[in-house]
Design a protein around this ligand. Structure first.
Ligand code: ATP
Ligand code: MG
Length: 361
């Protein structure tokens, strides 16, 4: 069986370091590993419209931002198909059929949707499209017969829902769809990177992000004002590393090489943590180190982005070509789905001749 990747992002803003450690960095490695037959990367504009219906301009403006961030991180149109969700009408058609296989109560149990409804104050007026977005995500994944979906932890319930739909579809209509596997980051700090405010998750919608394209000065300001241990007041006080955002970011980003380069008094993060816990290590020193680490990681991405920004029509061309390729792949799956669901009337000779038989006089 082919090994196929499908993953994507909502064009609701520029991409941030949570996307980078949660999914983007891994995608680039997988793309370059040569182990996958196809890699599909989707800009999920239709999904973004489910909770931004009254602001289409925001979605429209952010398509190019996400595409620039993708390519700046190393997603390469020669190796991956970069495309825009709304340009593939087959995805909408598939969702319409999948809706028959999922109950309202099943959707209501989805923990990510529950949390997002609360975050958006949708409790009393949930748009139907938003409520059903896990179904649309199942269409995105299955239309490309994806075997592997590299995402952050918040997406686990969506992959579970997709697997259930695949199961149900195949058992009712016959073996047609492929069951995908989730691929989570192996570093637990990367699964759900907190925001700079220490909130549960860095998210475009919460405004607590360090963006990939951020200026060096802004990175520094954000790092220096980051949430730490509120009880670590004087340098000599013992500090706590759990729930301390600066340490969580160091877990996600720092390597022993960074220590050798910027903080050679410590061999690695374990030694730094031990000192912080004992007392005698100030937040400012740890934050300065984190700033160096982030500057080193984000500098090359920002420079590549600046190059890419010089030829915007080329980026749109990449997305247009990618959307054409993606549409062909989805159309193939759709024709198999229509056959399985017995709605392929005009290509079914046997159906027509059996009806002829029935009405023979
Ligand atoms: P929005 O607020 O519009 O939902 P978002 O910041 O949550 O935006 P998405 O486009 O929903 O971003 O997510 C894209 C991908 O990035 C998903 O795979 C998701 O799991 C991952 N991701 C998003 N935020 C984080 C985070 N803070 N830590 C790890 N992974 C993340
Ligand atoms: Mg999200």
């Amino acid at each position: 069986m082919s090994k196929i990747i499908l993953t994507g992002d909502r064009p609701t803003g520029r991409l941030h370091v949570g996307h980078y450690v949660g999914s983007l960095k891994r995608r680039v490695q997988l793309q370059n590993s040569g182990e996958y037959d196809k890699v599909f990367i989707m800009i999920a504009d239709a999904q973004a419209l489910t909770d931004n219906a009254d602001n289409p301009e925001k979605i429209r403006q952010n398509i190019i931002e996400v595409a620039l961030d993708y390519m700046a991180c190393g997603l390469d149109p020669a190796k991956s198909t970069l495309f825009i969700q709304s340009q593939i009408p087959e995805l909408t058609e598939l969702s319409f059929y999948y809706m028959n296989l999922v109950t309202v109560s099943r959707l209501q149990r989805n923990p990510t949707v529950k949390a997002e409804i609360q975050m958006r104050n949708f409790e009393t007026s949930i748009p139907v499209g938003f409520f059903t977005y896990p179904i649309s995500q199942a269409s995105d994944i299955t239309a490309f017969k994806a075997t592997t979906v590299p995402v952050g932890e918040d997406q686990a319930p969506m992959i579970e829902q997709t697997r259930e739909i695949v199961h149900k579809f195949n058992s009712v209509y016959g073996e047609t769809l492929v069951e995908p596997q989730i691929l989570l980051p192996d570093n637990s700090a990367c699964m759900r990177l907190p925001g700079t405010d220490g909130k549960a998750k860095m998210s475009k919608s919460l405004g607590n992000c360090i963006y990939l394209a951020e200026d060096p000065g802004d990175i520094k300001t954000k790092v220096m004002s980051m949430f730490t241990d509120p009880n670590h007041i004087r340098v000599e006080d013992p500090g706590c590393c759990e729930g301390n955002t600066v340490f969580t970011y160091l877990e996600a980003f720092s390597t022993p090489e960074h220590f050798a380069e910027y903080l050679p008094d410590y061999k690695d993060l374990d030694e730094l943590k031990a000192h912080y816990r004992r007392g005698g290590l100030g937040d400012v020193k740890v934050k300065k180190f984190l700033n160096n680490v982030l500057q080193e990681e984000l500098g090359p991405i920002r420079e590549r982005r600046q190059e890419l920004q010089k030829d915007i029509p080329y980026i749109y061309e990449v997305l247009k070509k990618g959307s054409e390729v993606a549409r062909e792949a989805a159309a193939q799956t759709l024709s198999e789905v229509r056959r399985a669901m017995k709605i392929n009337y005009f290509e079914d000779e046997a159906l027509i001749s059996s009806q002829v038989e029935k009405y023979k006089v």
